[in-house]
Design a protein around this ligand. Structure first.
Ligand SMILES: [Zn+2]
Length: 121
């Protein structure tokens, strides 16, 4: 793994002007970087797989409210996809599902959040 100690070790070799040693250290660091990139990619894929298994989807803001969507897809408008309260998501990272304000008999069309009592239209 690349560490501060490894970088300091490289720096000490370079300062001494030992070019061959420095080249070997640079090659070693490059190999470690390639390994780290591979590990990083594998971890990203594992996170994405777990998010899909758990039903967690990325949120997209449409200018008024958040909708969940699978990575790389257009905004689905099924009931499981939201909408979610932008205030609760932004302030507390809570995915509070909004209720249709219009269908509840209110005169203002929009979405109502039962957690923070806000209306979004
Ligand atoms: Zn809210």
């Amino acid at each position: 793994m690349i560490s501060i100690e490894r970088m300091n070790e490289l720096w000490e070799v370079v300062k001494k002007g030992a070019t061959l040693d420095a080249q070997e250290k640079v090659i070693e660091l490059r190999e470690e970087m390639v390994e780290l990139r591979t590990i990083n990619l594998e971890l990203r894929e594992a996170v994405q797989s777990l998010q899909q298994r758990l039903g967690l989807r990325e949120l997209a803001f449409d200018g008024v409210v958040y909708w969940s969507e699978l990575p790389g897809t257009e905004k689905p408008r099924d009931p499981a996809s939201g909408p979610f309260c932008p205030s609760c998501v932004d302030s507390d990272s809570k995915r509070m599902r909004l209720q249709d304000h219009w269908n509840k008999g209110y005169t203002i069309e929009g979405w109502f959040c039962p957690a923070c009592d806000r209306v979004f239209s």
